[in-house]
Design a protein around this ligand. Structure first.
Ligand SMILES: *Cc1c(COP(=O)(O)O)cnc(C)c1O
Ligand code: SF4
Length: 430
């Protein structure tokens, strides 16, 4: 076997300052370049050499889902907004002027979906604990402060607002004792999920400070890490200076009798192809950790059944377990990326029917909405009425989980807010 490419390369992020230079590789007119820069003034942009050199097809960037996954494109925002920013950039407007105009556009893009900032933040006495979310009884989410960025940004990211600085990181915390103290005091919590950003952006010593205290707690059954590092920087587990230490940390979690669940975000089959990804998967699995996979369904990136069936098959072959297909959330450039719920269900069903039972661990298409995770089970006709059959996979109120309910069929609906109850005057969660 040949040595994985890119081993030995150190991580270095490309940001908007590098955008013009990176776009030299794409066949863009001067005008298109300007408009792309305008979009990148509103939405977050960050990438790295692995993504740029190994994942993107520069012969046909606009036909390439990997390009759309990380590079802003002019049609991701309404024409009049792009016109406005492009005009400012062309006239050398001040940085303040551009930022003010960008913020106006950002606030139209529902920057805080599902009440993330206000809801679900637990308290110690009267004081809210920043950096924690406790929405479902069994699971607590940690947002470690040092993990609030990623090796590259997805153009469709639902946490985009924090990357452009309009959600000041109220959601993050570096007070390890406050975070772990909460879990210690809550015996109903069996699963702690480190999330971000991407916790794998943190070096091993920092990661260890957050994880180690959890290993002492008997009621914690699993430590989860939500990460896209396998797709965006697999070197993190193979050749980075702390790769081996990180794997030893995973081993210690497993040795403590807990499940280390590595929740890997893969958007497209191309992310699973390189030799270094496969090596990283082997190395993580060798620690005893379990890798589960999840991603949102995104128009122009992965909106076809062959793509999902292929991903699930490859993931399964490499020893990973397909877990969730999400519906794109109601934030950011959702108008550009959203797929109607009926289409999402067709894609899910079509892909699901093509894979063996061992891949059918995946659930979806699922909306992470304010009341919980709502799955679209299908479209059915009941008593002459065409309806969506829905089901809650997770709910604030555990009693609602797993009970079927219905919504009037709507071919244009893209999110739970677009739906109206059928055979009832309200939804069970209302
Ligand atoms: C998805 C999610 C979880 C984890 O749910 P599982 O079904 O256990 O994977 C926990 N908290 C929040 C807020 C979530 O959105
Ligand atoms: S890896 Fe996750 S948190 Fe980071 S930009 Fe992509 S979707 Fe957002």
């Amino acid at each position: 076997m040949t040595a994985p490419e890119n081993t030995g390369r150190r991580f270095h992020a490309y940001t908007i300052r590098h955008l013009d230079e990176l776009l030299q590789r794409a066949p863009l007119t001067e005008e298109q370049r300007l408009r792309t820069r305008a979009v990148a003034s509103v939405l977050p942009f960050r990438t790295n050499a692995y993504v740029v050199d190994e994942l993107i097809d520069w012969d046909d960037p606009f036909g390439d889902p990997m390009f759309r996954l990380v590079f802003p494109q002019e049609d991701m925002l309404p024409v009049e907004d792009v016109d406005h920013i492009a005009g400012l950039l062309q006239n050398d407007a001040s940085k303040q002027e551009v930022t003010a105009a960008a913020n106006q556009i950002r606030f139209k893009l529902n920057p805080h979906p599902a009440g993330q900032l206000a809801l679900n933040i637990p308290k110690a006495g009267e004081e809210p604990i920043p950096g924690l979310q406790h929405k479902y009884r069994e699971t607590v989410l940690f947002f470690p402060q040092q993990g609030q960025t990623c090796h590259a940004y997805c153009t469709y990211c639902f946490r985009w607002a924090q990357f452009v600085g309009i959600a000041d990181l109220k959601m993050a915390n570096n007070d390890v004792e406050q975070l772990t103290g909460y879990v210690r005091d809550h015996p109903e919590v069996s699963s702690v999920l480190l999330t971000g950003g991407d916790p794998m952006i943190m070096g091993e010593p920092v990661l260890r400070r957050y994880i180690e205290p959890l290993l002492e707690m008997e009621h914690v059954e699993s430590v989860r890490i939500g990460s896209k590092a396998l797709a965006y920087w697999p070197q993190r587990f193979v050749s980075d200076p702390d790769a081996d230490d990180t794997l030893r940390l995973f081993e210690r979690v497993v040795a403590s009798g807990k499940n280390l669940a590595f929740m890997a975000h893969f958007s497209h089959q191309k992310e699973l192809d390189s030799e270094i990804v496969r090596e990283a998967v082997r190395r993580i699995r060798a620690t005893g950790a379990v890798i589960r996979t999840q991603a949102p369904l995104i128009r122009t990136i992965n909106d076809d059944a062959e793509q999902w069936a292929g991903m699930w098959r490859t993931q399964h072959k490499l020893g990973m377990i397909p877990y969730y297909m999400f519906v794109e959330r109601d934030t950011g450039p959702q108008d550009y990326f959203s797929v109607p719920l009926v289409r999402a269900w067709e894609i899910f069903r079509d892909a699901f029917s093509q894979v063996s039972g061992l891949c059918r661990t995946v659930r979806g298409p699922s909306m992470s909405a304010t009341p919980g995770k709502v799955a679209v089970d299908g479209v059915v006709e009941i008593g002459g009425e065409k309806v969506f059959a829905l089901r809650m996979l997770q709910a604030r109120d555990p009693d609602l989980v797993g009970r079927p309910f219905y919504a009037k069929f709507d071919e244009n609906a893209v999110w739970v807010d677009d739906l109206k109850p059928a055979f009832a005057d309200k939804f069970p969660f209302e």
